[in-house]
Design a protein around this ligand. Structure first.
Ligand SMILES: NC(=O)c1ccc[n+]([C@@H]2O[C@H](COP(=O)([O-])OP(=O)(O)OC[C@H]3O[C@@H](n4cnc5c(N)ncnc54)[C@H](O)[C@@H]3O)[C@@H](O)[C@H]2O)c1
Ligand SMILES: O=C(O)C[C@H](O)C(=O)O
Ligand SMILES: [Mg+2]
Length: 626
């Protein structure tokens, strides 16, 4: 029985439903309303039958252009834009590309997502990090059309009704920000909406989440960014950020409103300043289906990289317990990574978490974190070193001092500060006890990376393994040798976490599900790749990575008995699936952009003379509307 269901779902790679409930592909709009709806619009691609039935005749040039032809046409203009902007500053070129993509997104979602999926390596840096950072910094000026929802401090008491203003009846995936820590760019207030939009584009591209079922959300509780408050164009609420109970009551109201309308929607918290990242995670994780990408997604991707760094040295994974790791940045991401790594060491070696911490060193803006600090954020306290155990290092020691003394296997940056891995620090990594020292400059966007790829290979040596949060080109080391650049970005985690959770039907995202996602990413790489310094897959494979990660999450949810299933595929069916079947099931539920008929099959006969009156067609469409 379940095999049959699996086959049916695998076959349902339909345009309309991926995470999908089969249904009629109909539209309840007509004429210009269709052309102005990016979800239904096919531009010149509407076949004559649809032009007839949907009141489009005369509203479009007469020739029908195929989807492939439209795609080529767009890519040609994208390429000529590239040619025409040659030699211009990078920032200008990237924003120009973002604009042309954004216009396509506003006009024709099907074509937009096909362009994105088929050119993911080239286009991700425009719609995601690093360009998305630039877009957020300039959002008020760039703004043309709304996308997503905005809930502001002024909407208190209204959110339960506001949530019903969203036109799509079903939402599966929400990415939420308050714009308080956008990448490494600080507080950008309402302009942070660019981040949920970019993350959800990755959900569609990588996880095949149906774009009709995504919702980017900005919770605008004010901003403490003075220059934004003084900017005439600023589109957000002009007030300092709400704090304390006021902040939490807005957040509670939003979460309850979402849950009331879409009880199984997953909410990904993104780019919150640390105090709210941790507080909201604690507050909601057992009440709602949510996770924090900067804490938990970053932890997963870094964990996979740390294990990759062990393998790169030709050592067994069990050697992870002996690795000395310096983490620079004691924020939501750095502490998330440390928490996960310490837990893993404790589990692998059977020692207590306190003992497992001995090999980790934490540095923040005031230097090495020790118990001698007069004030320490409670979240960092567990990782503070006792100066007695430091053999010469003292409270506040610099990164160079720590690296020189510890000679770590791994130097990992999540500080948000560009260039903190300076020449001196990188040269100190030459003394690492590892045969393949690992340098992870994970901060975003590019200018905030702790070092560039070229700096890392030229100062720390050619035998390092290198990863960065934003993309860099591979480095030419001369004599045909290449310094491989990995992208250690949570994009390898969150799409699979979201899709797997959705298909499992779990009501919460557990540590076990997150651990399964991270382990899956770790095992994705072959020993040959790792030997060449390739710790993460190419972004070109992100859909496949996501299918595997998603399946691992489903299986973990089943193993923990949290899975409830989705649609026809319940817990029992999921539990009977082999690993391969689960991957197939996940893959089969990924949406893929293709034009879908907008009128009933019967109406296709219109070209053969069996035309239904436009009125009947409209009534039919209305009755069957999604
Ligand atoms: N690659 C990824 O997948 C990924 C995931 C999450 C976050 N990030 C990036 O990590 C960075 C930090 O994010 P966060 O949420 O932890 O931010 P955060 O603001 O919570 O933490 C930043 C931390 O860096 C420390 N710091 C600041 N200046 C420093 C300096 N000069 N030297 C050492 N430490 C310094 C601060 O004291 C703080 O502990 C951002 O740039 C973000 O884009 C990357
Ligand atoms: O957005 C990214 O590219 C990764 C991460 O979530 C970040 O905040 O930097
Ligand atoms: Mg983030």
């Amino acid at each position: 029985m379940w095999q049959w269901k699996l086959a049916r779902f695998a076959a349902s790679r339909s345009r309309w439903f991926s995470t999908a409930i089969p249904g009629p592909c109909m539209v309840h709009k007509r004429g210009t309303d269709i052309l102005q709806d990016p979800w239904f619009n096919k531009d010149t691609g509407f076949p004559l039958s649809e032009r007839d039935r949907l009141g489009l005749r005369g509203l479009l040039p007469p020739r029908v252009i195929s989807f492939e032809h439209q795609y080529d046409r767009f890519m040609n203009s994208y390429r000529s834009l590239e040619k025409n902007t040659q030699g211009q500053p990078d920032r200008f070129v990237s924003l120009t590309k973002w604009r042309i993509l954004n216009r396509l997104h506003d006009r024709n979602e099907t074509l937009y997502y096909r362009v994105l999926i088929d050119n993911i390596k080239e286009i991700a840096p425009i719609i995601y990090t690093p360009t998305v950072g630039l877009v957020c910094q300039n959002y008020s000026g760039l703004y043309r059309r709304p996308r997503g929802m905005y809930f502001s401090a002024k909407d208190k008491g209204e959110m339960m009704s506001m949530i019903y203003n969203w036109p799509s009846p079903q939402v599966d995936m929400i990415v939420l920000t308050d714009g308080s820590r956008v990448l490494g760019l600080g507080d950008l207030g309402v302009q942070g909406i660019g981040i949920p939009i970019g993350k959800l584009d990755m959900y569609v591209a990588a996880a095949g989440i149906n774009p009709r079922r995504i919702l980017p959300v900005m919770l605008d509780v004010g901003t403490n960014n003075q220059s934004l408050l003084e900017n005439r164009l600023y589109l957000g609420v002009r007030q300092p950020r709400l704090e304390g109970e006021e902040y939490l009551s807005i957040m509670d109201e939003f979460m309850e409103a979402v849950h009331a309308r879409w009880p199984k929607a997953i909410v990904q918290f993104e780019d919150f300043q640390m105090k709210w990242a941790f507080e909201t995670l604690k507050r909601y994780r057992n009440r709602f289906c949510m996770f924090n990408d900067d804490v938990q997604g970053a932890a997963g991707v870094a964990f996979a990289g740390l294990l990759g760094a062990v393998r790169a040295q030709g050592r067994p994974l069990s050697d992870f317990v002996k690795q000395k790791i310096v983490v620079v940045g004691a924020g939501s991401a750095g502490l998330g990574v440390l928490t996960k790594a310490v837990r893993a060491v404790s589990k692998m070696s059977g020692c207590s978490e306190t003992a497992a911490k001995s090999q980790f060193f934490l540095i923040d803006k005031n230097g090495l974190v020790t118990t001698e600090r007069s004030y320490l954020d409670p979240a960092a306290v567990p990782f503070a070193k006792n100066p007695r155990d430091l053999e010469g290092l003292t409270e506040g020691a610099s990164i160079t001092e720590v690296v020189k003394k510890v000679k770590p296997h791994v130097l990992l940056g999540l500080s948000g500060v560009g260039g903190v891995f300076n020449e001196e620090v990188l040269k100190a990594m030459r003394e690492s006890v590892s045969t393949k020292p690992a340098i992870f400059a994970m901060s975003n966007p590019t200018a905030n990376a702790e070092c560039t790829a070229t700096e890392a290979f030229s100062h720390a040596g050619e035998n390092i393994v290198f990863a960065s949060g934003s993309p860099f080109e591979n480095v030419d080391l001369g004599n045909g040798k290449v310094g491989h650049v990995n992208q250690a970005n949570n994009m390898y985690m969150f799409p699979g976490i979201g899709l797997g959770t959705l298909l499992s039907g779990a009501r919460h995202i557990t540590d076990g599900m997150l651990q399964a996602a991270a382990e899956c990413l770790t095992s994705y790489m072959t020993d040959e790749d790792i030997q060449e310094g390739i710790l993460y897959p190419s972004i070109d494979c992100i859909r496949d990575v996501t299918a595997q990660v998603g399946a691992a999450v489903v299986r973990a949810a089943v193993a923990e008995e949290h899975a409830e299933g989705r649609g026809d595929v319940g817990f029992k069916e999921l539990a009977h699936m082999s690993k391969e079947d689960t991957v197939k099931y996940v893959r089969g539920n990924m949406w893929y952009p293709e034009y879908c008929p907008l009128v009933h099959e019967k109406s296709a006969n219109s070209e053969e003379g069996k035309e239904m009156s436009p009125f009947v067609a409209a009534v039919n469409s209305l009755c069957n509307g999604i």
